[in-house]
Design a protein around this ligand. Sequence first.
Ligand SMILES: C[S@@+](CC[C@H](N)C(=O)[O-])C[C@H]1O[C@@H](n2cnc3c(N)ncnc32)[C@H](O)[C@@H]1O
Length: 246
Amino acid sequence: MDRPLSDREHWTRVAAEWTAWARSPDHDAFWAYRNALAAFVGEGTGRALEVGCGEGRVSRELKALGYQVTATDIVADLVEAAEQANSAHAYAIANARDLPFEDESFDLVMAYNVLMDVDDLSGTLQEIRRVLHPEGRLVISIVHPFRDRGRFAGPDPDAPFVLTGTYFGLQHFDGIEERDGLRMHFAGWSMPLEHYATALENAGFAITSLREPVPDDAAGRTQLQQWARVPLFLWLKARPLPDAGT
Ligand SMILES: C[S@@+](CC[C@H](N)C(=O)[O-])C[C@H]1O[C@@H](n2cnc3c(N)ncnc32)[C@H](O)[C@@H]1O
């Protein structure tokens, strides 16, 4: 098999696709989880960093919640799109595993649906810990590791959810979704929950909250009705441990 593209290479190629996909009203599942996300993060006035901001929709939510937001992404075109939409107060093109900020600069770091995409999960979490204030918190969304390994057998709301391979182990995923005239090429890494928990532990984080959110308004929307039965996303909060690295 050919070597997968790096995180930077892949997302540079699909930046325009992603911007159209993410901005199309109610197209992506994100919009059905937006209110729950705002409640999970909560209002605040501290310094917030989003790593992997894409075209900026999550940074805009953080800004609306009151935070002083810095939006960063590895892809220049996406940071530019975020800036054009006035998504944050400051912007930087940066790999999440090499952030151009001083130690302990942020009260909150948001990693929304990006940890599946990075090539170096451990290095990314260590770098996030470095820039996070000791009293700060990390908020994570990932595609639920269980959902990643199975599929619905059909389009009906009550279609069986089928797991044909194994839940365990690291797997590269690469696939194209096409819906309502839009196309998105997703690629990244699928891994069990234990991989995330271990990487967080090794980076000196303690998980303090875990949520399996359900969509806001699934009525009449088949795919969302399926996600009301099997979780699509997994949300975590984590705090730095005082004795990490010692
Ligand atoms: C699925 S998109 C999510 C974007 C945004 N968080 C949202 O939910 O709208 C993943 C984003 O992560 C970015 N990304 C991937 N690898 C990265 C890395 N190593 N460092 C920073 N950003 C990265 C991609 O460029 C892309 O914008």
